[in-house]
Design a protein around this ligand. Structure first.
Ligand SMILES: [Zn+2]
Length: 326
């Protein structure tokens, strides 16, 4: 969407692979309830599950320039649900009970930050339970995956009442839509740099760490944006190296339940009132392939966290992983 400083030379990648890392903190972004049959199969018809809408703060420090970049991945639920568009408000009624506080802004405050301290908000995707209150982040630049802009503008035909979008969600002059991972970027786009000293969002998608399409936004391997198709057009994940030997994979809505990761359940499907088969993922086949890649990462020792990861949140040892907890 925006290209603020066009036609500058992109930074060259480092000569040798570094051991650069980022810090990752969980942020509470509210809780809501989902019928279990919407995400796993088999499931009882009546079982419901309270799930968090987890967001994350990622902090990168550039050793050479001493510059700190703060990124928030997803903004969770909007604290005032009356500020959602009417169709989303109607859908939200089916997701009660719901608690929107603490939201991401309150979660940042518990660690001493305000939205003004956040340089970038990266959305895994633009479903209502991830977009939060972008109005709070009046200085941040928003980053969305390829295809998300068209969804927000009402283009596309997705089935299911969870697929309503707000065309005025994001500020046009502070929003970057990533390039299509399946197309070469043209010469003109290639030489656009949004912030010459900041992360590089305009580059070719490349394979890395056994993943076919990633963007190494700091050119040091510390934080990769990962193409993770299936759930919704433009769905992206983050792979963060948190120490020379540990990494965290923030999976957004690539999966909703650890039993699917353990192959104990399959992705849920249900029938809507018109007799159409619905799935929480826009493209179930692609979602299955994405899950297989995440399973391989987990097998290799990477920690995987989903946005609605109730098992991760309920684990007492993860309490200290929330921003401001210590
Ligand atoms: Zn979603």
């Amino acid at each position: 969407m925006s290209s603020v400083y066009p036609q500058q030379t992109p930074p060259s990648p480092p000569e040798s692979p570094s051991e650069a890392t980022v810090e990752v903190y969980a942020l509470s972004g509210g809780h809501f309830s989902l019928p279990e049959r919407f995400f796993v199969n088999p499931a009882s018809d009546t079982a419901r599950r309270t799930v968090p809408s987890l967001s994350f703060l990622v902090v990168h420090r550039d050793e050479e320039t001493d510059r700190t970049t703060r990124i928030v991945f997803d903004l969770g639920l909007r604290r005032d649900i009356k500020r959602y568009s009417p169709p989303i408000q109607k859908h939200v009624e089916t997701r009660q009970p719901m608690v929107t506080l603490p939201d991401v802004t309150a979660s940042l405050a518990s660690g001493g930050l305000t939205p003004d301290d956040i340089d970038y908000v990266i959305y895994s995707h633009v479903h209502w339970d991830h977009v939060g209150e972008p109005r709070d982040f009046s200085r941040s630049t928003f980053v969305i995956g390829s295809g998300a802009k068209a969804l927000l503008q009402g283009q596309g035909s997705l089935r299911g009442s969870h697929s309503f979008f707000e065309s005025d969600l994001l500020p046009t002059d502070r929003t970057i839509e990533l390039s299509n991972p399946y197309e070469d970027i043209d010469e003109e786009t290639k030489h656009q740099i949004l912030d010459p000293k900041g992360p590089d969002f305009i580059q070719e998608w490349k394979p890395s760490r056994n993943l076919p399409r990633v963007l190494d936004i700091f050119h040091d391997g510390s934080l990769l944006i990962v193409d993770s198709p299936g759930h919704l057009p433009g769905h992206i994940n983050l792979l963060a190296r948190t120490s020379p030997t540990t990494s965290v994979y923030l999976a957004g809505d690539a999966c909703h339940d650890r039993r699917i990761m353990r192959n104990e359940r399959q992705i849920g499907e249900w029938m809507d009132e018109h007799g159409h088969v619905c799935c929480i993922h826009a493209d179930k086949k692609l979602a299955e392939q994405t899950i297989e890649r995440i399973q391989a990462l987990e097998k290799s020792g990477v920690e995987v966290i989903f946005a609605h990861d109730f098992e991760w949140e309920e684990d007492p040892k993860n309490r200290s992983r929330f921003f401001g907890s210590s």
